[in-house]
Design a protein around this ligand. Structure first.
Ligand code: PLP
Length: 361
């Protein structure tokens, strides 16, 4: 591989497209004749205002975001959104959550600080190895929203059909699947994504929110920074934003537009995941942990027969130049995260390695 880089299967921060990293490198010392690097630039400068405006415009194009939705760049990564969602959207103090793994559990725990949380469906009974049926959920009339984690990064499952919210607002954590496939923004009230999984550097979330959900009647103790309206009213520059992340994400948005958009990404991602899942389905040594219909295209957890042999495989992959294949501590085993920026060659090389490993062990 160019630059002697390894294939990095990390769940996040994760790989970014090489052409994007090269562009960032080339612009590092003097951004387009501005005399400074982007890191040293005022967020109020013309140059940076253009960077932010372009990033938003390109994301709108990529996702075909309707005009009545705001795009916000908010610091605090994904975790801050676990609190911002209930703080801003709980009007009646009641929300429905679907529990499908580690990240929806965290969202539920945080939301409970702000109101009543009704877990209307869960796959806890089978260690979060499937997406529960959400076609006829028991949703109280006065529930403020229905919340899902659309791709569970740790457990490796994904929704292929959105819940029937019976007219309620749908809120989705898309962190680990953002821009990996087309999505109809109008189906949601709010989509948010921590960007370090499938887009750029850590420390920021993109929030896409329908305008009528912005409120100026929040509880008086809600910090100004935690109000979506604050960010919307100030074009995400109420305070100094994460300029660097906005810049890098903008580069990735442009790169995706130049490479066929999310439709092309989906095709590539299906192809890549198939290589790995086909191998797992035919292997005697390695087993996928998620029901076939609900498998993620982005995060692929798998196990061997014992923890000892899991650890041995992880060590062997590491020695062979494949990074970060150790599964999350809550699931064990291995996990290959194969986001947009992971080339097909990386997945092919990993599968070839695992095949060979299986033959020899
Ligand atoms: C990583 C992740 C988060 C948390 O993001 P942080 O930026 O680490 O706070 C939330 N949800 C999902 C689905 C994630 O993958």
């Amino acid at each position: 591989m160019k630059y002697d880089r390894s294939f990095n299967f990390s769940a996040g921060p994760a790989m970014m497209p090489e052409p994007v990293l090269e562009e960032i490198r080339d612009e590092m010392m003097n951004y387009r004749g501005s005399g400074t690097s982007v890191m040293e630039m005022s967020h109020r400068s013309k140059a940076f205002q253009q960077i932010a405006a372009d990033a938003e415009a390109d994301l709108r194009k990529l996702m075909n975001i309707p005009d009545n939705y705001k795009v916000l760049f908010i610091q605090g990564g994904g975790t801050v959104q676990f609190a911002m969602v209930p703080m801003n959207l709980m009007k009646n103090g009641k929300a429905v959550y679907i529990e499908t793994g580690a990240w929806s559990k965290k969202a539920i725990a945080e939301a409970k600080k702000y109101g009543e949380v009704i877990v209307a469906a869960s796959s806890k009974d089978k260690n979060f190895s499937y997406v529960p049926d959400c076609s006829d959920l028991d949703i109280p009339e006065d529930a403020d929203y229905v919340y899902i984690c659309e791709n569970e990064t740790i457990h490796g499952l994904t929704y292929n059909k959105l819940p029937n919210t019976k007219g309620h607002i749908l809120v989705s954590d898309q962190s680990s699947m953002f821009l990996s496939r087309p999505c109809n923004v109008a189906d949601y009230g709010l989509i948010w994504a921590g960007v370090q999984k499938n887009v750029g550097p850590a420390g920021m979330a993109v929030v896409i929110i329908r305008e009528d959900l912005l409120r100026d009647d929040l509880a008086p103790y809600v910090p100004a920074y935690m109000s979506y309206k604050t960010h919307a009213d100030n074009d995400s520059m109420y305070n100094t934003p994460n300029c660097w992340a906005i810049y890098c994400c903008g580069k990735v948005f442009r790169y995706l537009l130049d490479n066929g958009g999310v439709e092309a990404m989906e095709q590539r991602n299906i192809e890549k995941a198939k290589i790995l899942y086909d191998f797992l389905d035919n292997s005697k040594m390695f087993q996928g942990t998620v029901e076939k219909a609900d498998r993620s295209l982005m995060n692929v957890p798998f196990v061997t027969a014992s923890k000892e042999s899991d650890d041995a495989v992880v060590a062997a992959t590491k020695a062979a130049g494949f990074d970060n294949l150790k599964g999350h501590r809550s699931v064990g085993g291995l996990r290959a995260s194969i986001y947009n920026a992971m080339p097909k060659e990386g997945v092919e090389a990993l599968v070839a390695f695992l095949k060979d490993y299986e033959a020899k062990n």
